[in-house]
Design a protein around this ligand. Structure first.
Ligand SMILES: [Zn+2]
Length: 384
């Protein structure tokens, strides 16, 4: 009990510090109680709503992001996105701190408990299944772009009332690239590394992955063009965002989920690569926001969510190794944040009350009009 209240205190103090840094540097105001009646909210939302979720992948610490010495690493968040968003400084993750299981928990609204490195589906229904089943949407309307082959089952749960047939289409850009380049003689090793924690983990692929022939049919991209473009990219996340932008342009799904992962290169122990990963992720978030504002199908009707799966260990926890890993499960690595921008969202406001990682799915449900019946969290009224 004492531990719990201690954790709550630490989370609150992280949230307040974050809030103060943002107030000073990005000029945001502290959000108060809601004053708009619900009918006004309903009127304010356009009928063709869309949602894009980005997981700010791999997790970064405040020292390298929101604190004064870190702000230079996230100019797009600080200068463009945060001033236009409702920002939550205390998103608490109470689940397992492994990337696949934590991202699956974000997508189900339930803390999933499966082995992070197992090739399994989430047990609870995913947001994609609720969305498609409730609103009778085709599979082309919900997509996931995921960083590693280990994420191939994230689009669809094993739940018997949902599951097969109701999931999202999942694109694994690395798999696509390795299929496209097999025998081409090009070396794409820097884009193809599957994850940063277990170099020899090569998950078996099954499920609903995007097949190579659809590259042409759906994204109107020839294998040659795709290969040529990939040669200009410096990271796997750039490849993911490139694919996501093609999808936005050609398919314009209502629900698009992009999981970024470059920052997790921190596991290698090179601080400079970790910082480079944060800067790239910041830039890619800025590019996605620009795409939302300029693609006719998305401009004016899209709500954009950015949140990390979790953070990293602090320097002063004896059980960890600072920025490199996320092994201690300490409160700092569990106290994350969320940025919400775009349609129906107040701009330039920061909220420091505690919300839970599992609140995302119910919030998306309230936004798009489906019922996430088995999710544990609650909708976040400040962004509805
Ligand atoms: Zn990691």
């Amino acid at each position: 009990m004492r531990n719990l209240s201690k954790a709550r205190e630490v989370s609150q103090s992280v949230a307040r510090t974050r809030r103060d840094f943002l107030r000073d540097a990005a000029g945001v105001a502290l959000g108060g109680a809601l004053v708009r009646p619900s009918w006004a909210r309903a009127l304010a939302l356009p009928s063709k709503r869309r949602v894009i979720v980005v997981t700010f992948g791999g997790g970064a610490r405040d020292q390298e992001t929101f604190m004064i010495e870190g702000q230079e690493n996230i100019p797009h968040l600080m200068g463009e996105l945060i001033p236009q968003s409702s920002f939550f400084t205390q998103v608490v993750n109470r689940g397992i701190l492994g990337h696949y299981v934590a991202t699956a928990s974000l997508a189900t609204g339930v803390y999933e408990t499966f082995n992070n490195f197992a090739a399994v589906s989430p047990e609870s229904p995913t947001v994609f299944e609720y969305f498609r089943k409730d609103l009778k949407r085709p599979s082309s309307d919900a997509w996931v772009v995921a960083p590693s082959n280990g994420f191939n089952r994230i689009g669809e749960s094993s739940h018997r009332s949902y599951g097969p047939g109701f999931g999202a289409r999942v694109i694994l850009p690395k798999r696509l690239l390795s299929a496209a380049t097999s025998g081409s003689g090009h070396d794409f090793e820097h884009l193809l590394r599957d994850n940063y924690e277990t170099p020899y983990f090569t998950p078996e692929l099954a499920g609903n992955e995007f097949e190579l022939e659809q590259l042409g049919a759906i994204m109107k991209l020839s294998v040659d063009d795709f290969q040529r473009h990939a040669q200009t990219l410096s990271s796997a996340d750039e490849l993911s965002v490139y694919i996501a932008r093609q999808l936005m342009r050609q398919v314009a799904p209502t629900l698009l989920w992009i999981t970024l992962h470059d920052i997790d290169v921190a596991h290698e122990g090179a601080y400079s690569l970790y910082i480079e990963g944060i800067r790239r992720t910041d830039r890619l978030c800025g590019e996605l926001w620009k795409a939302i504002e300029t693609e006719p199908e998305y401009a004016g009707n899209t709500t954009f969510f950015i949140l990390p799966d979790f953070g990293r260990d602090s320097d002063d926890d004896a059980g960890g190794n600072g920025f490199q890993h996320h092994r201690t499960g300490d409160t700092l690595s569990r106290t994350t944040w969320m940025l919400v921008a775009g349609a129906g969202v107040r701009q330039g406001v920061v909220f420091d009350r505690a919300v839970d990682s599992t609140d995302l799915v119910p919030t998306l449900g309230a936004k798009l009009g489906f019922n996430p019946a088995l999710a544990q969290g609650k909708p976040i009224p400040e962004v509805l």
